[in-house]
Ligand binder design. Sequence first.
Ligand code: ATP
Length: 598
Amino acid sequence: MLFSKLAEYFEKLEQTSSRLTLIDILSDLFSEVEASEIAKVCYLIQGRVAPFYEALEIGMAEKTVAASIARAYGVEREEVLKEYGKLGDLGLVAERHSGKRVKRVDPESDSGVLRQNVGVPRMTVGDVFEQLRKIAQISGEGTVEKKQGLLVDLLTKMDGVSAKHLVRIPLGASRLGIGDPTILDGFAKAKLGDRKKRVELEEAYNKTSDLGLIGEVLWEKGLEGVRKLEVAVGRPIRSQLTERLPDAKTILEKFGGEAHVQYKYDGFRVEIHKNGDSVRLFSRNLEETTPMFPELIEGVKKQVKAKTAILDSEALAFNPVSEEFLPFQETTKRRRKYNIADMAKTLPLKAFVFDVMYLDGKSLIDLPLRDRMKKLADVIEGNEVLIPQPGEITDLESRINELFGDAITKGLEGLVVKRPDSKYEAGARNFNWVKLKRHSAGELKDTIDCVILGYIFGRGKRVEFGAGSLLVGVYDESQDEFVTVSKIGTGLTDEEWREIHKRADKIKVDHKPARVNSILVPSVWIAPEIVIEVLADEITKSPVHTAGASTSSASGEKQPGLALRFPRLVKFREADKTAEDATTVKELLEMYKQQFKK
Ligand code: ATP
């Protein structure tokens, strides 16, 4: 496929504000794509040159991209930057210049000859992808110049629309906002005839986290091939998550008598992959975090007695002498990209390992939890850095309460209680894993992770920062949509408003994003990317919000949406959560129901 063809599709995708249309456009696009290109197309749609979990970033600063545009089209760099200031998007600047014939000599080009941006663009998707990958892989001396050279080369071979979309990729500013489930919908529609058949692809996706791989297998071997895809070392498995229940009694009833109890640690989720001497770590949102935690890597090498293994753990700062768990605010200092060796010394992490999904070449995800726990106890030797948490099985409410009290005394968040006979369900959030947390009177038992969808200008002092309240939403998994639950103005300091304003301005969009479903219209829409943790007193029904709202197809009766009463910001959550990791509508509905059970 020609890259210009792909860019035409990008153009259409960018313009729609309906999710169903997104799927139709994707399906049309996918129908034209060959097996050899489908993976590349998927990664490019998401502005990447590798699956999300590969830490391969193209990594070019705005300045460098601006310089590349200037060189490619023979314009002054200042001119490019000035236009960027006006248009807020280097893609548009590139588009504007690429159409023009260049009539002057480019002083920075090697030969100094006249550059003429004419001719038919014939770059294929594969050509562009490979060149972008090359840019991503350059390192060492002269990196910036080399990257710039390759981007200039690409730009001179492109038409305007292609240049516009190309330029956004190295900047990480691709504005298509297409989530993984929507791509799967597109696959299903193009290859299985119906977008609803996405469910048939989901299991493979949860086990492999690689849309490109699924595309390739689906194109080459069909659905049968996809069903055979298995867990593999080096490819993160999507984390299993928890539901909420109010107390031990309810949990035992729900589980039918027996429960597997573990402490709930408040740190970072770390999925550990060991393959001989190579150890890789992944976060809950599937980012590779290997370079961040060298002490964990050493711990795995010393303590894991298996050639290959995948373990699930929570890492946090812990003082083994005083048996003190450090608060999350301390642990979170470790999520950084510099001074790593120093930080590993002053604030070393321990990994509390609570599951094992793969051992010596075999997937364990279909084994019952109680059998996995036996394997866990055997495979980790000692407890210096990796501390195995086999937990305990009980049928007594009193024992669960005792352990809960113990957890709170130790400074932990509470418990995670699991169904002893359950499989490891990659990517699932259901009642096989239940979190039990302490609650303070008058408040919901848990906070809600919301995505900022837009902001509404206020009056008075805050106008200066450009926002009066934030329109926030949660994630509707079944629709791959963001739906609104609240407007928030409380709990933010002036500094935070400024911060939000600065960040939101970069991801401003001129129409409602296709995956946002809202009745309210904010002053400014932004791409759904920023996740905040919100505390509220109560969940109520509201006709102006769309979370959980529905219309019965039989009676036409309308169900109002859910809303948060007295919402306030607790903290920003983006370090470990993408928009799709926000609280889901399904969870919110559960929390709503549980309010009445108190
Ligand atoms: P919260 O905001 O309440 O910490 P969360 O939104 O991060 O929760 P949940 O699904 O609600 O995610 O809680 C599960 C998280 O708890 C897991 O992602 C994991 O990081 C952490 N955790 C700590 N201890 C355990 C454990 N023993 N078993 C499973 N998960 C655990």
